[in-house]
Design a protein around this ligand. Structure first.
Ligand code: GP9
Ligand code: MN
Length: 657
């Protein structure tokens, strides 16, 4: 039993050593976390109590070695990637391989603490051995004295009987069961408590491995990761039949045909650089608006004059928020009904915009001044084929706003990093300063949100004003570098601001808002496309969405994408009236004429079907056909993503890998 307790305590110590090395400031280990750590060590080791003493000691040593290696590997991996090792990472050794020669630099002398128990056991064992042999040596002098020999023998017998009770199979079984139950209660109890309080939805969303760790502890995290992987990849879901695959192929082929268009814009910007800026929580409702005579987004508004602007562009994100906006825009498929594709299926194959562009000789890079592991970006960007991914550690933190580096400095430094890129390049920039809860430090604040001042809604407008100013500086920077004339600039918002109280918006617009108004406000993000020669400018009011980005950019660059299973529409289609179907993850959709809002129970008939020409509810039957098509698309997209069907659906001859 003693060795079991020593094992538990030393593993607990090692877990706290690891924890002390995590620099994520939002994670602090509290008492319940300690309880989880101890409970989870008991859960992985309770069975050793069922073994006879010798076997138990060997099993505990082996377990100790394995778990210590795991903790050590996580520690080193974390120092580099700011993340823990997961099954997909292990299976795609590339990311670990990136550590390469820098492993030595990631080691610290204090890491020896992870081997402290081995050293201690070794010292104790060696000491005991010496002690025993010296005793033996001493007693050998008394061999002639039977009384003394008897004492020693009887002493051994007492020890034997003293430990004998532990050796009966029944007591071993019982102690193992007790350890299991205790381990289970100590682990699952607090995790369930977390999952019901501040971590609601975490396991469904699984937005960040570190947040999972924060709830489950390290061993629980690995258990969750392995079981998730087994569930999604080993047990899997049955692959579709050849007939079902053919049906899907047919659908994608028709979609590709439909969006092809036949206009002069195809290839009009062949060879241009492309810069895509995904602006955090950038919504459409405040574009062009003023507070007390001051524009909220003066730079965006000015840019609109020489650009194409899409006021009916929808974000199509789900729980994966920023990562979903990124995924839908680059892969032209829907995000998942739960969780993020980035965290759940980074090991799957995708035909993404950067990967396709790499195949066309583009240098591709993603820029985001935050932890590379957030939303599993490091892994996912590798899967999406980026040549480079610049994260927080590539930037000098000389301007602190919100979660990280301010957008102004972020753009400035990103432009410097872009100097290293070969032309033509594709650069994807993700901003962060306008992230919830939108608190700006005094130096970054230069907008008075008037009657909203002091409210979170006001702070939101102020942070958008800051993000807009940063955007203005990016444009200036591009002009100064001579990139303005040979670069397509594509700017859009990732999703809403999570402020859903209609009274804020009613106050903002100074009028009551309907269900339809609110739905559009919360789901529309602005899109602006600036073309190098400014040949196309103006406002395109047709309905469109994030899924349309990859295809539309490929269209401008003259790259045929008909072989890729993409669901988006063409922003540059010939037909000026037709709005193709834009489907949101919630099941809401619009085709520019109708607008369907599902009810919370997702019963079709309980939803609302609006006629956009009158903006009032119309017969629910009017929306039925497009609703069926919308559902079909969402389900098909989920299948493609979850079952890793892209390699089976595309025409291999044209594929980017
Ligand atoms: C962090 C950023 C924020 O890297 O993308 O993500 P969000 O919370 O908006 O999904
Ligand atoms: Mn976001």
């Amino acid at each position: 039993m003693l060795e079991f307790i020593v094992f538990i305590l030393s593993l607990f110590y090692k877990l706290t050593v690891l924890h002390g090395n995590l620099h994520a400031r939002y994670i602090d280990m509290n008492l319940l976390d300690d309880v989880i750590a101890i409970g989870s060590v008991m859960l992985v080791s309770f069975w050793t109590l069922w073994l006879p003493r010798r076997g138990r000691i060997i099993a505990l040593i082996v377990l100790d070695v394995l778990l210590s290696l795991l903790i050590f590997a996580d520690l080193v991996y974390y120092r580099y990637f700011g993340d823990f090792i997961t099954v997909p990472v292990l299976l795609q050794a590339g990311q670990v391989g990136e550590l390469g020669g820098s492993i030595r630099e990631l080691l610290r002398l204090s890491d020896l603490r992870l081997a402290a128990d081995f050293l201690l056991v070794f010292v104790v064992w060696a000491g005991m051995k010496r002690f025993k042999s010296s005793r033996k040596h001493r007693y050998s002098n008394y061999e002639a004295v039977p009384a003394l020999r008897n004492t020693e023998t009887s002493g051994t017998a007492i020890r034997m009987s003293g430990t004998g009770w532990r050796r009966t199979p029944r007591s071993r079984l019982l102690s193992g069961i007790i350890a299991f139950v205790l381990g289970f209660v100590l682990t699952v109890g607090p995790i369930t408590f977390y999952a019901k309080t501040w971590a609601v939805g975490l396991f469904e969303g699984a937005w960040w491995n570190l947040s999972l760790y924060n709830v489950t502890g390290l061993l629980g995290f690995h258990y969750y990761d392995v079981s998730r992987y087994v569930k999604e990849n080993v047990l899997g879901k049955p692959k579709p039949s050849p007939e079902q695959l053919d049906e899907m192929k047919q659908w994608f082929a028709e979609a590709a045909q439909a969006r092809k268009g036949n206009n002069e814009t195809f290839g009009a910007y062949e060879g241009s650089n492309v810069i895509v800026v995904q602006v955090e929580a950038f919504m459409n409702f405040m574009i062009g608006k003023e507070i007390n005579g001051v524009e909220i987004t003066p730079n965006f508004n000015k840019l609109m004059e020489d650009s194409l602007y899409y006021p009916n562009y929808y974000h199509q994100t789900g729980q994966g928020r920023t990562s979903d906006a990124d995924f839908t825009s680059h892969v032209s498929l829907h995000p998942l009904p739960s969780g993020s594709v980035f965290t759940r299926f980074s090991n799957h194959t995708f035909d993404s915009l950067p990967q396709i562009l790499v195949g066309q000789g583009y240098d591709t890079a993603a820029f985001h001044a935050y932890e590379g592991s957030f939303w599993n970006r490091t892994r996912m960007y590798e899967a999406m084929g980026y040549n480079h991914f610049y994260t927080k550690k590539d930037y000098t933190l000389d301007e602190s706003v919100g979660w990280s580096l301010g957008d102004k400095s972020f753009f400035k430094q990103s432009l410097e990093l872009m100097d290293d890129q070969q032309q033509p390049f594709y650069s994807f920039l993700i901003t962060l300063s306008s992230h919830h809860p939108y608190t700006l430090p005094a130096p970054a604040k230069d907008f008075d949100s008037g009657e909203f001042s002091g409210t979170i809604f006001g702070s939101y407008l102020e942070s958008i004003h800051y993000a807009d100013a940063a955007l203005g500086q990016l444009v200036e920077g591009l002009k100064a570098r001579g990139l303005w004339e040979n670069t397509i600039l594509y700017v859009y918002g990732d999703h809403d601001n999570s402020l859903t109280d209609s009274s804020d918006y009613e106050q903002f617009f100074g009028k009551p808002l309907t269900e339809l108004d609110m739905h559009q406000i919360l789901n529309q993000v602005p899109l602006l496309i600036h073309l190098p020669d400014e040949a196309l400018t103006g406002i395109d009011k047709r309905a469109s969405g994030q899924l349309d980005m990859a295809f539309s950019l490929l269209h401008l660059l003259g790259i045929d994408s008909s072989s890729y299973p993409m669901m988006g529409n063409n922003l540059f289609t010939d037909s000026v009236d037709a709005s193709p179907l834009v489907v949101l993850r919630s099941g809401a959709f619009t085709d520019g004429k109708l607008y369907y809002i599902p009810s919370p129970d997702h019963q079709y008939d309980n939803g609302s079907c609006y006629d956009l020409s009158t903006r009032s509810k119309t017969d629910i039957e009017a929306c039925r056909l497009p609703h069926e098509e919308a559902q079909k698309r969402l389900l098909m997209s989920d299948k493609v993503v979850e079952l890793d069907l892209i390699p089976l659906l595309r025409n291999e001859a044209d594929s980017p890998n």
